[in-house]
Design a protein around this ligand. Structure first.
Ligand code: ASP
Ligand code: MG
Length: 453
């Protein structure tokens, strides 16, 4: 079996879904489980819908529901124009789901209160709608497709908006249900992102959760590979929206891809990589608007070459310097700093210590409890927080073997406030002034990939 996952832009309209059908058609022999996201921008629309309902803005709620209905109705009509019988059935199902949502959101609007549980239920609608329409589109193209409700398979905890699966239960469900549904079908199709708690309430797997779903299905079914279809030619050497002339990474290890994500690159989420890594299932990141491009292969470390793969950036960070008047030693310094951070669950991207100093890189969105933590540390040390810094990383296996990165960063940025090689030697990181980020990024990228060519 293989898993084929399509993101929102890959299913955004009739044309895109046409491409999806032809991609899947070419792979039917490999017994695919197709996993789909909501249509592009629909999850965002549903988040606004939830917000507007909570704020009891009825007009806006109505408006958003109208947009949702029109978008899905038009899509179904365009895709199923040649099959009136299927179109009617499909529209009835779409309407049923939207009516259900309308009633539910009406309730939220009345009470003006939105719990994470209610919000999960609202935003799961995107995938339930898109998968319904796409499954009919396959059937209209003479591919007999069975639709499966992912909520009957992925069982999670009750952290509704960022739910984590019980892997044992989930794996057993997936094996049993996909096995059953594959009988008499050319294809089975389900939703990414959506899941349900043990008690049967709808939950979702969080931002970019569909990729994670695909990896979970892949692991449970021992798939030959997981294909993640997006709208770029695979994973890039830098974010193409920021850097010109990026290049495609042909092969990268699970660990490097996870490191890239941790260092701020918008690639596969580390959570996605973990289930695949565990069972050594290759992931291929592909472009549905350019299906003949081989994309990026994510595989085991020993099958991926050494050296820099990508330059990643986190610009929304706080750089914190903690200086103790005493020579406390690394153990005490770390111990005291994390005694303040840990109970408040402050996420730390990077920490570095000497006997009297600790430097931290913390995401700007570190939560409300950071000031309190820093205040506590401030009772025994001098704490300075910089908001004008950026964090730049070069990611690749055995990165220390690649010369000249530090020199390059210092010469272009003017000043490096912190330099670090990660413990797994998979990234070299630098804290620099944010106003020097763009030039540094461009010239570093240029240096690495021109030298490397
Ligand atoms: N639709 C969800 C989101 O936009 C899940 C996904 O597409 O991965 O985050
Ligand atoms: Mg996505």
């Amino acid at each position: 079996m293989i898993i084929i996952k399509f993101g929102g832009t890959s299913v955004q309209n009739e044309e895109a879904i046409g491409r999806v059908i032809s991609i899947v058609k070419g792979r039917l022999k490999e017994k695919p489980l197709v996993v789909v996201s909501a249509l592009a921008r629909v999850t965002r629309l549903l988040c606004s819908l939830a917000e507007e309902a909570e704020a009891q803005r009825e007009e806006n709620v109505k408006n958003l529901l109208k947009q949702l209905r029109e978008r899905h109705f038009n899509l179904a009509k365009n895709l199923l124009a040649a099959r009136q019988d299927l179109l009617e059935e499909c529209l009835a199902k779409v309407e049923e789901r939207i009516l259900e949502l309308e009633t539910f959101v009406g309730g939220i609007c009345l009470i003006g209160e939105l719990s994470p549980r209610s919000e999960a239920r609202i935003i799961s609608t995107g995938e339930l709608l898109s998968s319904t329409i796409i499954s009919y589109a396959f059937n209209a193209n003479d591919i007999s497709c069975h639709w499966i409700d992912a909520r009957s398979m992925i069982t999670t905890d009750d952290n509704y908006l960022n739910a984590r699966p019980d892997m044992e239960v989930t794996e057993a469900n997936i094996k049993r249900i996909v096995g059953l549904e594959y009988r008499g079908a050319d294809l089975v199709l389900t939703q990414g992102f959506v899941a349900s708690t043990e008690k049967g309430a709808t939950s979702v797997l969080g931002f970019e959760g569909s990729d994670y779903s695909a990896a979970i299905f892949g692991m449970a079914l021992g798939a030959e590979r997981v294909e993640i279809w997006t709208d770029v030619d695979g994973i890039r050497s830098a974010d193409p929206r920021i850097v010109k002339d990026t290049r495609k990474i042909d092969v990268i290890s699970y660990e490097e891809a996870a490191e890239m994500a941790a260092m701020g690159a918008r690639v596969l989420h580390p959570l996605t990589i973990e289930p695949a890594r565990k069972k050594n299932i290759p992931i291929r990141v592909l472009n549905s608007t350019n299906p003949s491009c081989e994309g990026t292969l994510v595989i085991r470390g020993d099958q991926s070459p050494d050296g820099p793969k990508s330059v990643a950036v986190r610009d929304e960070i706080l750089f914190v310097k903690i200086v103790s008047p005493k020579l406390d030693g690394v153990t005490r310094m770390f111990g005291k700093v994390f005694a303040a951070l840990y109970p408040r669950r402050v996420p730390v991207v990077l920490a570095k210590a000497t006997g009297s100093e600790v430097f931290l890189v913390i995401p700007e969105m570190a939560g409300d409890l950071l000031p309190e933590a820093l205040e506590e540390i401030g009772t025994w040390a001098e704490v300075t927080t910089y908001r004008d810094k950026a964090f730049i990383s070069v990611v690749g296996r055995n990165i220390v073997g690649f010369e000249g990165l530090g020199d390059k960063v210092i010469s272009v940025s003017g000043k490096v406030h912190l330099a670090n090689v990660s413990a797994n030697m998979m990234s070299e990181n630098f804290v620099i002034d944010r106003d020097r980020l763009q030039v540094t990024l461009e010239s570093l990228h240029d240096y690495i990939f021109k030298v490397n060519n």
